[in-house]
Design a protein. Structure first.
Length: 165
């Protein structure tokens, strides 16, 4: 059974633990150990996750058969009607079960209620998740190289128009 909940401050330890399990498998083949370590410490420390929640990011936790196995977050952007999926990760042992789809659909439905007309996300150009997003109706909008501290993030910006029926 799939269950999706909205995370709160007491859940940051769960998100932190999941990120540390998922990131090494997801990025280990094409991002350096130094970059993964830095980004986990920068974006997924409990203090950073608390700050993100307090600054308006909505985090979703997904569980399958009572085991937390993934998470996502989204936020509004400065452009009217545009929201951003900042994070979406499913543990490799749970991929292929429809959990990513369930998270995407949940986020899309929630942001529509909040007035979203479009949603975007960034995905590393080497990350096979880009094919999942294409299948979910997202289109590559741009290819960017983002300076992030001492690293360069080689991303696609993917975009989807939302049908607000």
């Amino acid at each position: 059974m799939i269950q999706i909940t909205t995370a709160n401050l007491s859940d940051v330890c769960v998100i932190n633990r999941l990120a540390h399990k998922i990131w090494w498998h997801t990025y280990g083949d094409f991002i350096s150990t130094q970059q993964i370590t830095f980004m986990l410490n920068e974006m997924y420390s409990e203090a950073s996750l608390q700050n993100q929640l307090q600054q308006g990011h909505t985090f979703k936790l997904i569980s399958f058969e009572n085991n937390f196995c993934g998470f996502a977050s989204y936020c509004i952007t400065s452009k009217i009607g545009l929201f951003k999926i900042a994070k979406l990760y499913i543990h490799q042992n749970y991929q292929g079960l429809g959990l990513g789809k369930a998270l995407i659909y949940t986020i899309e439905n929630e942001v529509k209620v909040l007035g979203a007309t479009a949603i975007q996300l960034n995905v590393n150009r080497e990350n096979k998740a880009q094919y999942f997003y294409l299948k979910m109706g997202y289109k590559i909008f741009d290819s960017v190289n983002i300076c992030y501290h001492n690293f360069i993030l080689n991303d696609y910006v993917m975009h989807k128009q939302l049908n607000n029926q």
